[in-house]
Design a protein around this ligand. Structure first.
Ligand code: ATP
Ligand code: MG
Length: 319
């Protein structure tokens, strides 16, 4: 990563106490994030992939301050406005149905600043135009729009407070295929024209391939592998990434559909495994893999993997 980071997560842990005994005390702890380190470069599109339950949305919630890390911290770089917005998968449930669209779009600004109604309306009109909606539509309510249009509204709302970073949590997976491409192209254009940084969570390999500069692969609340999209996709260094990619023979298939990791499931995040977290499911596990987890170190390619055997396996793959 050559450009300076806009924000950095430093050894972030998130633990959720769950259940309750007779005194109301939690009976178990869910280890959702387990020492997650991540730097996001200014202006990049960073893809985040991994099986259901690996902690992607928890990461998004930490970034948006909906969840406070149990340990570790998030640091913004100097010179940024520290503004981050999120676009969720389902625009149906993320837009307030009681507000007309001009109010929905300007809600983040309305909550923070005193602005006249006419100024807010004008802002909504400008943003509507940028996301491909018409001014005349702004007095309507969210349910009067199609799924794709609602996602345009959600994007306009995210833009209204002029964020540095936008987190996109499965932004197109609730949409029809034909509409997906339009929304992705809109995101590409907006990023160019506004110099935005995206953190894009997706299960869809073609979305990731189309959009991302870098890819972070998550496993059990950690980064298993991170690097340039080209190198992670063509020369994965972590066995988990290989299996994740091997399991998507067809374009457009979900990244973890029929994951070829034996028939095994993601280990319980209520009791973290000793040694490498992936060891139990890893076809390349060897004796050293029961040692404390590998650091997320530089492999031999232009990316880093948290695997004791990464360099060895990569060298083998090249032969
Ligand atoms: N508020 C919460 N209380 C208890 N457990 C939670 C809470 N939020 C998330 N979890 C648990 O934390 C783990 C990570 O969840 P998260 O939603 O981050 O996964 P994800 O990678 O986004 O999955 P998906 O791909 O299905 O969206 C899961 O085991 C989940 O059940
Ligand atoms: Mg999620």
């Amino acid at each position: 990563m050559n450009t300076p980071p806009v924000l950095t997560l430093d050894a972030v842990h998130v633990r959720f106490p769950v259940g309750a005994d007779w005194r109301g005390r939690p009976t178990a702890v869910v280890h959702a994030l387990n020492g997650l380190d991540l730097s996001v470069a200014k202006g990049e599109v960073l893809g985040v992939v991994g099986e259901s339950g690996c902690g992607k949305s928890t990461l998004a919630n930490v970034l948006t301050h909906l969840v406070t890390p149990t340990e570790g911290r998030m640091v913004w770089s100097e010179g940024t406005a520290h503004k981050l917005q999120i676009v969720f998968q389902d625009p149906q449930s993320s837009l307030d149905p009681r507000l007309p669209v001009w109010r929905v779009i300007t809600e983040p600004v309305f909550l923070k600043e005193q602005r006249s109604t006419s100024a807010l309306r004008e802002l909504a009109a400008e943003l509507a135009e940028q996301v491909g909606l018409r001014r005349e539509q702004l007095d309507r309510y969210p349910h009067e729009f199609s799924g794709g249009q609602r996602q345009r509204i959600a994007i306009a709302r995210a833009l209204s407070s002029q964020p540095d970073v936008i987190v996109l949590d499965e932004p197109t997976s609730a949409l029809d295929i034909s509409v997906q491409a339009q929304i992705l192209n809109l995101l590409v254009e907006l990023r160019k024209s506004r110099g935005l940084t995206y953190i894009l969570i997706s299960h869809n390999i073609s979305v990731i391939r189309h959009m991302c500069d870098r890819i972070a692969v998550m496993y059990l609340g950690q980064i298993a592998e991170i690097g340039s999209a080209a190198s992670v996709l063509s020369q994965p260094a972590h066995p988990y990434t290989r299996l994740l990619l091997d399991s998507v023979p067809e374009i457009g298939r979900s990244l973890d559909a029929g994951l070829a990791v034996g028939e095994t499931e993601l280990p319980s995040n209520r009791r973290l495994p000793g040694g490498c977290y992936f060891r139990e499911r890893c076809p390349f596990a060897a004796s050293g893999c029961d040692q404390p987890q590998a650091l997320l170190t530089q492999g031999s390619g232009p990316h880093a993997a948290r695997c004791h055997r990464a360099s060895e396996l990569q060298a083998f793959a090249r032969q």
